[in-house]
Write a protein that binds this ligand. Structure first.
Ligand SMILES: NC(=O)c1ccc[n+]([C@@H]2O[C@H](COP(=O)([O-])OP(=O)(O)OC[C@H]3O[C@@H](n4cnc5c(N)ncnc54)[C@H](OP(=O)(O)O)[C@@H]3O)[C@@H](O)[C@H]2O)c1
Length: 233
């Protein structure tokens, strides 16, 4: 399948790399392909900049946001939360029409330092804003509640733990479930929360996620939802 991954950061690289490993044709979208290719070296965490990363992944094409979105049968949004609506605007509503749009972005505001706050919450979410701005796209919010490496390799955390989906279109969620399963997620650990308004819930898990990372000192952990049996009345 042809899949467009919009965003060249840690999430974009991790998702694109895994999809390519699974045999998909992956086109990564960026605002400026030449600028992205010129990014070299490593970041503070020792991860390669996208220019070097692309040299290590010649099977992955780099294109503008609109070229990538036009080519993709499925689109993954891995852009920064603040940049998402702008990035999807550049991708073009005509290129998102009737396509599954997997939204991994979080509306985090780091402008006042750590911990970040949410710039949309409670009565709205970034997932809903995307769906509203691009009504013909089939937005499915997923994977935003964990570290990038865990998204494509759930076995990094032992045992059963959870991934959530929010979206209005049942067929789109079925397609996303298939992709999650191909990443190694057990179907019983994939929780369909309902329509896109439920993205409010998963985006609002980020404040506790950030605090947990502070306590553990690393990001290799996840939420695990454990269900009991409703008490007899
Ligand atoms: N890092 C994680 O483990 C993790 C986990 C869960 C969710 N997320 C969410 O996933 C998303 C990606 O995270 P990340 O850590 O990979 O990278 P990031 O630094 O948050 O952003 C990555 C990309 O956003 C694009 N971007 C930034 N500002 C933009 C703007 N104004 N207009 C258009 N595009 C813009 C950049 O594209 P260019 O190539 O054009 O520069 C960049 O490649 C974020 O929303 C983050 O909250 C991250």
């Amino acid at each position: 399948m042809k899949i467009a991954v919009l965003g060249t950061g840690m999430v974009g690289q991790t998702i694109a790399g895994k999809l390519a490993e699974l045999g998909h044709e992956v086109i990564m979208g960026t605002r400026d392909a030449e600028k992205a290719k010129s990014r070299k070296g490593t970041d503070a965490m020792g991860r390669p900049a996208v220019g070097d990363w692309l040299s290590m992944h010649p099977e992955i094409k780099l294109a503008t946001l609109s070229e990538a979105a036009a080519a993709g049968e499925i689109i993954v949004n891995a852009t920064s939360g603040f940049g998402t609506l702008d990035a999807l605007g550049h991708a073009g509503s005509e290129n998102l029409r009737n396509k599954v749009l997997i939204d991994i972005a979080n509306p985090l505001d780091f402008s006042k330092g750590m911990p970040p706050t949410l710039w949309v919450c409670n009565t709205d979410s970034l997932g809903e804003q995307i769906q509203k701005a691009f009504p013909e796209a089939k937005v499915v919010k997923a994977l935003n509640t964990m570290n990038a490496y865990l998204m494509v390799n759930p076995s990094l955390v032992p045992g059963d733990h959870s991934v959530f989906m929010s979206g209005n279109d049942a067929e789109a969620k079925k397609a996303v479930l298939g992709i999650l399963a191909s990443f190694g997620w057990k179907t019983e650990n994939i929780i369909d929360l309902g329509d896109i308004t439920t993205a409010r819930g998963t985006e609002q898990m980020l404040p506790i996620w950030v605090r947990l990372m502070g306590v553990f000192g690393h990001p290799v952990f996840n939420f695990s939802i454990v269900k009991g049996t409703p008490a007899q009345r």
